[in-house]
Design a protein around this ligand. Sequence first.
Ligand SMILES: Nc1ncnc2c1ncn2[C@@H]1O[C@H](COP(=O)(O)OP(=O)(O)OP(=O)(O)O)[C@@H](O)[C@H]1O
Length: 238
Amino acid sequence: MRAHVELVVDGLDAAYGASQVLFGVSFEVGRGETLALMGRNGAGKSTTFKAIAGVLPPRAGRVSLRGEDVAGRKPYRVARAGIAYVPEDRQVFPEHTVEENLEIAQKSGPDGKAGWTVARAFESFPMLVPLRRRMAGRLSGGEQQMLTIARALMGNPAVLLLDEPSEGLAPLIVAEIGRLIRELRAAGTTIILAEQNSRFCLAVATRVAVIDKGSIVWRGDVAQFRADPTVQSRYLQV
Ligand SMILES: Nc1ncnc2c1ncn2[C@@H]1O[C@H](COP(=O)(O)OP(=O)(O)OP(=O)(O)O)[C@@H](O)[C@H]1O
């Protein structure tokens, strides 16, 4: 049985100036699911996230979070509605410590829930514990990625958008991020993960949507994806 639908993206068009890059992107994510949005370089994964998060206001379409359409709202309002966006370029406050970065980000979620505290973040991200007093600007790329995800969780979002969380990171850190995503899923967090790395995706996701040239071309669960070698050779780097 499908989980209760958390987020519906319906007919999303987006463009950079005169250049349209999304053409009616549509998919849904059930509560507690981890959806992998997969596609080649330039297929439109990051743009889909930007359009959902309001960073690049969509030209058309609907982004419905628990029945409320948030498409076209300013990014801070989309965040307040419960969608946390973690872009590729890890954003931390470099002149603040790890702990301060977490404290600054702490707020209750759209339903008033405040399950994420600084203490819980350190429990879930043990690698950050010895770094708690270090300036965030002095962390390695992998450590910054952890902190960026932890910061996003401190806002108690309904949906977490993670853009290429494993990109450019050492295998040990990738494994740690994978463990974390599975832990978040077990705790009921809804996640959309944009990735080119299909091995990583398939190890952590429950469902897959494949995007190609700005449109969704395939949807299904992970088992169906694994059983369909054509989709992999046609739309993804294998
Ligand atoms: N700021 C921009 N201005 C103009 N075109 C852009 C801009 N950002 C992305 N594009 C174009 O939009 C298309 C989709 O890019 P997007 O970044 O969404 O792809 P992606 O699937 O996330 O791939 P990647 O992993 O390389 O980021 C590409 O053709 C890209 O060149």
